[in-house]
Write a protein that binds this ligand. Structure first.
Ligand code: SF4
Length: 343
């Protein structure tokens, strides 16, 4: 039996994932099916399957989109060229990119306009990296490791450094140091590209690590920030496991161990609860490192369409309260977990 079990806060859905899940749920409610989604809406298999069962079709190329259909672009951000292709083919295109990914796209545009070359630290072929590199493909080069900096050939040029939002701090910092050593005048964004959700979840784990023997990180293998949490703990010399379902727990010896559970930014809370119940510890504690208040409104295109629809219904049926009970004005109080349950 587990000795102490710590459930770590913050964990699970970040504001960008909350927004994207609610946006796709709204789209299923107001548009004819199928609704198409470019890339997995978020990198979590359970959530993707839940939407797939509700007739959301996930696609990886604008060519897969039938003309005049409805499409949502995922939270990871889309290269401008691809976004335009979707706009030209679809009847309605809703971009649910996280505003913190958009910030990195804006930085790439600004540095390019200022005549700088950009080193982008990220994971090759990750959806977010592909979207960001598509902002200025001729001007940006991807690095994944400290050694990759040696392969870059920007020496005589003015250089800037950008990053994927979901890197492990322990992965980003050595690359940052190396780049600053190689390029004395390298420009950085005004505020770190590693987003608040990524760093908060990692710092919480670092701060509790002395009390635990094992950390379980709930999330899918495709989730960069989930993998970053596992890396963060492994780099401290502690045992860390990524857990997708209860099955993954069965081979792990937890006898008399002190365990912490966290979850990546796209992992649903019910799996944390299932694990906690399964482990049935001697002592359960909730460890709060910091609380998060961030809220990102639904994409503008969707807000406009929902408001238009509500207005139309209001004019047709003035005697009724035509706004759905979880209407747009109440979006802030409606969670992605509730949205998923409503499907
Ligand atoms: S992990 Fe960060 S950047 Fe990614 S969707 Fe969440 S808040 Fe946005």
């Amino acid at each position: 039996m587990v000795n102490n079990l710590y459930i770590v806060t913050p964990r699970g859905f970040c504001a960008g994932v909350e927004m994207a899940i609610k946006a796709l749920t709204w789209m299923l409610k107001i548009y004819d099916e199928p609704v198409y989604c470019y890339h997995e809406i978020v990198h979590n298999d359970w959530i993707v399957e839940k939407f797939r069962n509700k007739n959301v079709v996930f696609i990886e190329d604008p060519k897969e989109l039938p003309e005049n259909s409805i499409v949502m672009l995922s939270a990871h951000g889309t290269a401008p060229k691809i976004e335009n292709e979707f706009k030209n083919i679809s009847m309605t295109s809703v971009n649910s990119v996280c505003p913190l990914v958009t910030k990195v796209h804006h930085e790439a545009k600004r540095f390019t306009k200022d005549g700088k070359k950009i080193i982008y630290v990220g994971h090759k072929n990750h959806d977010e990296a592909l979207g960001a590199l598509g902002v200025a493909p001729e001007n940006m080069q991807l690095v994944e490791s400290v050694d990759d900096i040696n392969e870059i050939n920007f020496h005589d040029e003015s250089v800037a450094l950008l990053a994927q939002t979901t890197l492990a701090m322990s992965e980003w910092e050595p690359i940052l140091n190396k780049a600053q050593k190689e390029y004395k005048n390298i420009e950085l964004p005004r505020k770190s590209d590693l987003c608040y959700a990524t760093t908060n979840r990692q710092k919480a784990l670092i701060n509790i690590s002395d009390k635990v023997d094992i950390v379980f990180v709930v999330g899918s293998s495709t989730s960069s920030n989930t993998n970053a949490l596992v890396t963060t703990i492994s780099n401290l010399g502690k045992e860390a496991h990524r857990i997708e379902t209860l099955e993954d727990l069965k081979e792990i010896n937890v006898e008399n161990k002190n365990v912490a559970i966290t979850a990546g930014a796209s992992a649903p809370e019910h799996i944390v609860n299932e694990i906690s119940n399964f482990l049935n510890p001697n002592n359960l504690e909730f460890y709060t490192d910091t609380t998060e208040e961030e809220y990102f409104p639904l994409p503008k295109e969707l807000r406009t369409n929902i408001a238009g629809l509500s207005k139309l219904l209001q004019s047709m049926f003035p005697q009724n309260d035509t706004e759905p009970s979880n209407g747009i004005s109440k979006d802030k109080n409606w969670s992605a977990t509730e949205a998923l349950s409503s499907l």
